[in-house]
Design a protein around this ligand. Structure first.
Ligand code: LR7
Ligand code: MN
Length: 536
């Protein structure tokens, strides 16, 4: 008998059903007419069956999608591979080729099995049998041979063939010889693999756009080029897109050790978040949230932002959203861009715990940046901030990026199209995003506080009524006391003048009055000092 969780795709209600194998066909037609079940490997019936039996031991259960050619090979089943101490030098020599243990990677089978790390109930979940099929897109620049192959084989071996339209390898102008004819020849064995060569270095963002442009699948699935897809990784992602084309599902990203190449489990209930100034990180869902929503370890997790490298998206929807800002260079920031865009323009980002992919986390990028790395990333982030953050962009600039406000110091390029796109799609505000998608973010509003001392007049700012002298200066450049904002007379839009870069608050000099004047760097009467600063 097969026990399965049946999801009604209209109400998303779940029912657990036990069905005798012989009754499965009938089940499709009578019991659950709106549900179509996935064709599984052990099925004689092509249309209806339940998926594999649940694993008994989460970590020890073996990968049943392939029978390993060599069960005793190094790193087999995702185990740590050890290097003899006399090979240490060799390990160190080759480390920089990929900023991980390349020497070891080359000794591990390109189609090794990995432990099935899915939560216990995952193998019982049912998915529709008419899921959309996907193009898997790997972009790479100078990727290590063995990890690139292992990435491709993990997709070929662990994706139901009818759901995999093709694998597109986008070579972002690699310099290594082995990635040329040798790669062409190797991949020629696999008709589903296509290789696209970019004529100059584009960076991962435009490389992904190049891959997407030629993709034939209904869904695009982006992956980094040093990953291993785990058992059953694809179906749960496609199921979400099938249920709602505006869902953007991401697998749980597990860890392949950069040192011993072992496949490591990660904690449950992790979601992607950001901190200022737009730094990606993981954070556990609050216990209270888990309890309130009655969540189990296999339920999708809504994510304020995605890590960036691994996700599926309906191809048409990707283009409706304007894809990526093509003005983003090389690496960084595109995960923030697509995340804000998805949420603010009507979509959703989820982590799907039943879908798991291992990724080699490296200490450094193993390729060169055509321009300075730091400058590239901050320029990308400034583009994202200008288009998506509304008044909150001051929070971004305030956290160590003051220099980017000065448009003369850095050319972030033209943003007209991006701003137009946001209008055209009628996307919601960043405030809406914070309130609805990331309410526990609590933006650090106060940048400085206390007495506000004027250098020229050598006096403190005082609120006439009540003679209060304690003020807060927010990241949005409001000077406030509780709910009151300091604002000029006769200006309906109140505090908005603080948003202007060119006007400064000036004290005196004759009497104790305040004026709004053009900023002058050396005017002491425009210099205000707070008691306490929260700047990083
Ligand atoms: O110029 C480039 N051209 C490329 O084709 C630079 C990179 N690339 C390729 C590269 O070979 C790799 O396959 O693009 C892919 C991603 O580059 P990585 O592996 O150097 O990136 P990362 O893993 O350090 O960084 C994460 O953040 C990036 C921000 O731009 C991207 O979104 C990556 O895809 C993303 N990786 C993940 O989300 C995996 C999990 C990491 C986490 C958290
Ligand atoms: Mn990566």
């Amino acid at each position: 008998d097969v026990k399965g969780k049946v999801v009604d795709h209209k109400t998303e209600e779940k029912h657990v059903k036990t069905i005798a194998k012989s009754d499965l066909k009938a089940a499709k037609e009578t019991l659950i007419p709106t549900i179509k079940l996935r064709a599984g490997e052990d099925s004689k019936d092509k249309h209806v069956t339940a998926v594999r039996k649940p694993s008994v031991h989460k970590v020890l259960s073996l990968d049943m999608t392939i029978v390993p050619r060599d069960a005793n090979a190094m790193g087999q089943f995702g185990q740590a591979a050890l290097v003899a101490s006399n090979e240490d030098l060799e390990v160190r020599k080759r480390w920089n080729e990929g900023h991980f243990n390349v020497f070891l990677s080359d000794k591990i089978p390109v189609d090794r099995a990995v432990p099935d790390t899915r939560p216990e109930m995952c193998p019982q979940h049912l998915v529709h049998d008419n899921l959309p099929s996907t193009s898997v897109i790997f972009c790479f620049v100078d990727e290590v041979w063995s990890t690139l192959l292992r990435s491709v084989h993990s997709v070929l071996n662990r994706s139901p063939p009818h759901l995999l339209t093709e694998i597109i390898l986008v070579d972002d102008f690699s310099t290594k010889d082995y990635l040329k004819e040798k790669l062409d020849t190797y991949m020629f064995q696999f008709p589903k693999v296509r290789i696209i060569r970019l004529k100059e270095r584009q960076g991962l963002i435009r490389a992904r756009l190049a891959g997407a442009a030629v993709a034939k699948g209904e869904v695009l699935t982006f992956l980094d080029s040093h990953i291993e897809c785990n058992v059953g990784w694809l179906e749960p992602l496609l199921e979400r897109v099938y249920l709602d084309r505006k869902k953007v599902p991401c697998p749980v990203i597990e860890v392949i050790s950069d040192k011993d190449m072992s496949y490591l489990l990660v904690d449950n209930f992790q979601r992607g978040v950001f901190k200022w100034p737009l730094v990606f990180g993981w954070s556990a869902l609050p216990d209270e949230y888990i309890r309130k929503n009655n969540m189990t370890v296999s339920d999708p997790i809504r994510c304020p932002v995605m890590a960036g490298g691994l996700f599926s998206i309906d191809k048409k929807y990707f283009y409706e959203l304007g894809a990526y800002d093509p003005g983003l260079d090389v690496w960084g920031g595109e995960n923030m861009e697509i995340s804000f865009k998805i949420w603010m323009c009507g979509g959703e980002i989820e982590i799907i715990p039943c879908s798991r992919v291992g990724h080699i986390f490296r200490g450094q990028n193993p390729y060169k940046f055509p321009k300075d790395r730091q400058k590239t990333v901050e320029r990308n982030l400034a583009r994202v901030a200008e288009v998506w953050l509304d008044e909150y962009k001051d929070l971004f600039y305030g956290h160590g990026y003051h220099h980017l406000r000065d448009k003369k110091s850095i050319n972030i390029g033209n943003l007209t199209e991006q701003i137009e796109l946001r209008k055209k799609l009628k996307c919601k505000s960043f405030q809406w995003y914070l309130d609805n998608v990331y309410p526990d973010m609590k933006p650090p509003l106060v940048q400085a506080e206390g007495l506000v001392f004027n250098r020229g007049l050598r006096k403190c700012l005082t609120l006439q009524k009540g003679s209060l002298q304690h003020f807060n200066y927010t990241w949005m450049r409001h000077l406030r006391q509780e709910d009151l904002c300091v604002a000029p007379h006769g200006n309906g839009s109140g505090w908005l003048w603080f948003m202007s870069n060119r006007m400064c608050l000036e004290a005196g000099p004759q009497d104790d009055t305040l004026h709004l004047n053009p900023c002058e760097t050396r005017n002491a009467f425009q210099k205000w000092q707070f008691t306490k600063y929260h700047t990083q």
